[in-house]
Write a protein that binds this ligand. Structure first.
Ligand code: MN
Length: 220
């Protein structure tokens, strides 16, 4: 049985992520909250994939900005997840980052974030009361695994107030919302190094393609 590591800095319930992994026939286990750079490769050994989950905002100092509208910043979680991501990239471990996960990945590899979408002229993308509802479309803008799974477009939920601003080198934006927010990025040189702004784990019964994303993670 494939084993999937879930980075766990959130201290919140990971049950939806765990169920999604179990739905595709894999075993999920939570990593320790604090892992150093030098321990990250070791922490991931024995796993077939890595999942980064939703949560608070990435520390804006990590991309050279003062805090403006960023909340629930957690430096231990940032450091741990950046170490895990770099180790996963180095070892070409299939990785799926969700919500905060796309933001963290972009920052880990040198990109920047919009600290608040609405304050910067985008629509409101923070709709927690509609977390199980598909509230806006995202469209495929180039080839990649995400366009391969989702086709021309897909309707997604939206529970975020930040998003990718300047894209990190080595990552490609493959899904974009109708108001221009980057909602899916990937490293096309890797087997499966995929990050999405929406929450596929909450829409598994709504559209088969969200489950497909987890299937490809465990069987790239
Ligand atoms: Mn959105």
């Amino acid at each position: 049985m494939r084993k999937v590591a879930i980075a766990n800095g959130s201290r919140s319930r990971l049950s939806n992520y765990i169920s999604a992994i179990e739905r595709v026939g894999a075993l999920a286990s939570e990593l320790p909250r604090k892992i150093s750079d030098s321990d990250a490769l070791n922490a991931l050994s024995g796993y077939d994939a890595l999942v980064l989950t939703g949560g608070g905002d990435v520390d804006p100092r990590l991309y050279g900005e003062e805090n403006a509208f960023s909340s629930d910043v957690d430096p231990v979680r940032d450091d741990t997840e950046i170490a895990l991501l770099r180790a996963a990239k180095k070892s070409d471990l299939p990785t799926l980052g969700i919500c905060r996960g796309i933001q963290l990945a972009n920052v880990a590899f040198g990109g920047t974030l919009w600290q608040d979408l609405e304050k910067n002229g985008f629509q409101n993308h923070f709709l927690p009361e509609k977390k199980l509802v598909q509230t806006h479309f995202v469209s495929s803008v180039s080839g990649g695994i995400l366009p391969d799974i989702f086709g021309e477009s897909v309707s997604v939920n939206s529970i975020h107030h930040q998003a990718v601003k300047t894209l990190a080198k080595g990552l490609s934006a493959t899904l974009i919302s109708s108001d221009g927010v980057v909602e899916g990025i990937e490293d096309k040189t890797k087997r499966f190094f995929i990050f999405v702004q929406f929450h596929p784990e909450l829409l598994l019964d709504t559209d088969e393609r969200f489950l497909q994303l987890f299937r490809r993670l465990v069987d790239p």
